[in-house]
Design a protein around this ligand. Structure first.
Ligand code: SF4
Ligand code: SF4
Ligand code: FES
Length: 508
């Protein structure tokens, strides 16, 4: 360990880390563009200059390792002047198009220009532009505007060092230097959209999100991707009950700064008709009902049934699985099947290792450890399908033939199982839920509700609670549908179920 002083604040940090990282321990931000904690150091942009006592010239913070006793100045007149000069150089050629740039509002270049730049420039000549390169699709997801590039090489290093696919490179020289792909080789690796996260300007944006919303008009909720069992940490960008984008939330243990393209854009499946009211089938017609009519149909059928089956999906949270266990297994003695589709494999890089996602659901481990269950329930009087989207390979006719009464929970109104149900209950998507998922490393990670369920839908926890309360009036376990209360009960019966340490949000 090394004791160092950053702007008068003494901190103890790991020996050899660079000044930018050491300054974080003192809560001092060193402005930087080319440095990225998960990429190699290139010392290219000179934005991170700091003064180190005893050294004759200003030093690049990203390329200066900490030594015991070092005294560093990040904010003094000398450094400030150099920083302003550097901003002036960078802005010689950068267009003044923040008002029409999708990065505005979350752009380091804009923030630094505003906070540390000069209001005037001594360079009045015509700006260099890249004619015809201001909206170039360079891959299926990424659109490039070369005029906004500051040549930091983060995107090039990402493709060289993380995916190892090397699609991007510098072409031409000097002030004409361009970032681009090789002819006939588009940027289409499985994590390609990560270059838009590492890019510190609006030079690289995603085809899917550009011009969809100004970022300051979006709210953000901390969650976990439900594309596979890696469980990458995400922010859900949303407004008025609609998901606009997923962004990576830094977690060095799982997804570091990254997301795969499949997971990043997987919320597009929610842009569909939603089930917003319960429905009950009468005389072969599935018609809108009240919640009490739907509950009545379920209570009557369960009371008359001699065999009950449950197909649970890997999309259930641990809390939902626990309440489902209390309701269906402990009380109804139902047979349970937990199914998940294989996927990928999808490779995801944590700070230290590659993880490989192989299941097309986020919580197979959690659900199967809580609910147990086999792979086929056979025929039964009442069959509950706890999320119609449990498998893409479902044979609706076969499933229909298994049960006298089919109860389906679904958020997707166009799903064939929703149309085949005798009782259809509106379900929620994971942006509408509070709870936890257990990933392939057995990390138990929280997801937070971004917005409330649609229409008359209620959380699956409330849904199970309502069924439980209607059937077993005095049962204590169906008094609360609060995810935190239920997690506490779950921990009592499974002490190993511990929330993994939540990672503090880290600035790029
Ligand atoms: S496109 Fe973005 S990430 Fe790539 S070099 Fe230019 S500014 Fe840097
Ligand atoms: S690796 Fe899995 S969890 Fe991560 S972003 Fe991709 S689909 Fe989502
Ligand atoms: S961040 Fe240090 S030179 Fe770019």
């Amino acid at each position: 360990m090394a004791k160092v002083t950053i702007d008068g604040i003494e901190v103890e940090v790991q020996d050899g880390i660079n000044v930018i990282e050491a300054a974080k321990a003192a809560d001092v931000h060193v402005p930087h563009f080319c440095y990225h904690p998960s990429l190699t150091v290139v010392g290219q942009c000179r934005m991170c200059l700091v003064e180190v006592e005893g050294m004759p010239k200003l030093q690049a913070g990203c390329a200066t390792p900490i030594k015991d006793g070092m005294k560093v100045h990040v904010w003094n007149d000398k450094v400030d002047k150099a920083r302003k000069g550097q901003m002036e150089f960078l802005l010689i050629n950068h267009p003044l198009d923040c008002p029409i740039c999708d990065k505005a509002g979350e752009c380091p270049l804009q923030d630094y220009a505003y906070n540390y730049g000069s209001v005037t420039s001594r360079y009045g000549e015509v700006k260099r532009t890249y004619p015809g390169m201001d909206r170039t699709p360079i891959g299926p997801h990424v659109v490039q505007n070369m005029n906004r590039c500051i040549h930091c090489t983060r995107c090039i290093r990402f493709c060289n060092e993380i995916t190892g696919t090397s699609e991007l490179a510098f072409f031409k020289r000097g002030a004409s230097t361009e970032v681009g792909v090789f002819p006939g080789v588009p940027l289409e690796n499985w994590m390609s959209a990560c270059v838009t996260d590492v890019c510190p300007t609006g030079a690289l944006t995603t085809r899917e999100f550009r011009f969809e919303s100004r970022v300051w008009n979006l709210d953000s909720a901390e969650s976990v991707c439900n594309g596979c069992d890696v469980g990458c940490n995400i922010f859900i960008g949303h407004r008025n009950g609609q998901v606009f984008r997923y962004r990576p939330r830094v977690n060095p243990e799982v997804n570091d700064h990254w997301l795969c393209d499949y997971g990043r854009f997987s919320h597009e499946k929610y842009d569909t008709d939603r089930v917003v009211v319960p429905k009950v089938r009468h005389d072969d017609y599935l018609g809108i009902s009240t919640w009490s009519e739907a509950m009545e149909a379920i209570v009557d059928a369960v009371n008359d049934a001699t065999s009950i089956g449950v197909i649970a999906s890997a999309n259930l949270t641990n809390e939902e699985a626990f309440l489902a266990k209390q309701l269906f297994v402990d009380r109804m003695k139902a047979k349970v099947q937990v199914t998940v589709d294989p996927i990928g494999p999808i490779k995801m890089k944590s700070r230290t290792e590659w993880l490989v996602g192989e299941q097309g659901g986020p919580n197979f481990r959690g659900v199967s450890s809580i609910l147990g269950g086999g792979s086929d329930i056979g025929s039964c009087d009442v069959l509950f399908v706890l999320d119609a989207t449990f498998s893409e390979k479902v044979n609706v006719e076969e499933l229909r033939a298994k049960a006298k009464l089919l109860v389906v929970v679904s958020w997707d109104a166009n799903h064939p199982l929703a149309e085949a149900a005798d009782v259809l209950l509106p379900g929620t998507i994971h942006a509408e839920k509070e709870g936890t998922f257990t990933n392939l490393q057995n990390r138990v990670q929280r997801i937070h509700q971004a917005f409330p369920p649609k229409g008359q839908a209620v959380s699956e926890l409330e849904l199970f609670r309502r069924i439980g309360a209607a059937l077993y009036h005095d049962a204590a376990e169906f008094r609360s549908a609060d995810a935190y209360d239920i997690f506490a009960s779950l921990r009592e019966s499974m002490p190993a179920m511990q929330i993994s340490e939540e990672m503090p949000a880290e600035a790029l």
